[in-house]
Design a protein around this ligand. Structure first.
Ligand SMILES: [Zn+2]
Length: 300
C-alpha cells in the first residue's frame, strides 16, 4: 500500500515534485530486499515549500517498510566488512574528541545491522549495544558475542537517560518518522549526551551536479536531508548541533582497484596488479565526494 505523508519537519502538506518517479509499473517495494540494488530507481521525490525538506511521497506505508527491514538478509554486506571497519574506525575519532575517553560508558548504535560499529566501539572501550530490526542481522551480530536488541526505537522501550551516546550511521534516511526517532534518541540520552547522525546531503555540490543521476536517489531512501534541514530538526527536538561537516568513507586500496577494474578493466586490472606488487592492497583510501555528512548534537 502506498501512503501520502505530510512534511516530517514542519508538518505542512505543501510540497512540489522535484524528481518524478523512475519506478516501472508504479514500483514493487516487496521485491526489494537487498542494500545493493536499486540505485536510481525511486518513487516521486518532493520538496516542502515551507521548510525545504526533501522526501519521498507517496511511499510504501510504514508497516510494509518495517516488514521489509525485518526480513533483510544480505550476505554480500559481510564481504564489504573491511571497508566499513575502516570507516567506523575513522568515525570514532571525531566522536571521541567530543565525548572524551569511553571508560565503559553506554553507547547505542541504532540500525546496527550486523554490528560492525558495535564491535569497534566495544574494542575502543564503550559499553556498546546495537538496535536492529532484521532478525538475520541480529543473529549474525550475536554470534560474534555482541549485545543486540531486536527492534526499532519505537518498539524497544529503552530506559530514559540510559545512554551517553546514540549513533545513527546511514539510517535516518530510511526511517518513516525521523522526527520521532530523534525525539526518542533525546529521551534515552543522559543529560549532555551526544547524538551522532550520518546521512546523505541532497544540498551538497556533488548531489546538485549529479541529480537526477545522483546514485543516492533510490527506493530505500525516503528522506533526503541537507545540513540545514537536519540541523533544524535536531534543534526542534531539543539538541544543540556542535558540528555537521562532510565526512566520507574509507576503502582498502585493493578493493577500490578491484571495483575500478570491474568498470574499466583496461585501467583497473594493471592498477590492481601494481597495487598488489607494491604491497599496498591494505592501504586505506579516503573517499569523500562531499555528499555524506555527520551531525554531532548534544542533548540540551
Ligand atoms: Zn516542511
Amino acid at each position: 500500500m502506498m501512503e501520502h505523508v505530510p512534511c516530517n519537519l514542519c508538518g505542512a502538506d505543501d510540497a512540489d515534485v522535484v524528481y518524478p518517479s523512475t519506478l516501472k509499473q508504479g514500483g514493487d517495494w516487496r521485491a526489494f530486499r537487498c542494500t545493493h540494488s536499486g540505485y536510481g530507481t525511486h518513487p516521486p521525490i518532493v520538496k516542502c515549500r515551507r521548510c525545504g525538506l526533501v522526501y519521498t511521497d507517496p511511499r510504501p506505508d510504514g508497516h510494509d517498510i518495517l516488514e521489509t527491514y525485518e526480513a533483510v538478509e544480505d550476505p554480500l554486506y559481510i564481504e564489504e566488512r573491511e571497508g566499513r571497519v575502516l570507516t567506523f574506525e575513522h568515525h570514532l575519532k571525531p566522536l571521541e574528541r567530543l565525548t572524551g575517553p569511553p571508560k565503559g560508558r553506554p553507547l547505542l548504535d541504532v540500525g546496527a545491522y550486523t554490528g560492525v560499529f558495535v564491535e569497534i566501539a566495544t574494542q575502543h572501550g564503550w559499553h556498546a549495544w546495537g538496535l536492529e530490526p532484521s532478525s538475520w542481522a541480529v543473529a549474525e551480530a550475536r554470534s560474534r558475542g555482541l549485545t543486540m536488541v531486536q527492534g526499532t526505537l519505537d518498539s524497544a522501550e529503552l530506559a530514559e537517560g540510559r545512554f551517553d551516546v546514540v549513533t545513527m550511521w546511514d539510517v535516518i534516511e530510511h526511517l518513516t518518522d525521523p522526527q520521532s526517532a530523534i525525539r526518542e534518541a533525546h529521551r534515552i540520552l543522559a543529560p549532555g549526551g551526544l547524538l551522532v547522525v550520518h546521512t546523505i546531503d541532497i544540498d551538497s555540490l556533488f548531489a546538485r551536479l549529479m541529480v537526477p543521476r545522483w546514485p543516492w536517489l533510490m527506493e530505500m531512501h525516503i528522506y533526503y536531508f541537507s545540513r540545514r534541514t537536519l540541523r533544524r530538526m535536531l534543534e526542534a527536538c531539543g539538541f544543540e548541533v556542535l558540528s555537521d561537516r562532510p565526512q566520507g568513507r574509507y576503502l582498502r586500496l585493493g578493493y577500490l582497484m578491484n571495483r575500478v577494474g570491474a568498470v574499466v578493466p583496461v585501467v583497473g586490472r594493471p592498477a590492481e596488479w601494481a597495487v598488489s606488487k607494491l604491497g599496498l592492497r591494505g592501504a586505506a583510501v579516503p573517499v569523500n565526494l562531499g555528499d555524506l555528512f555527520t551531525a554531532y548534537a548534544r542533548k540540551c
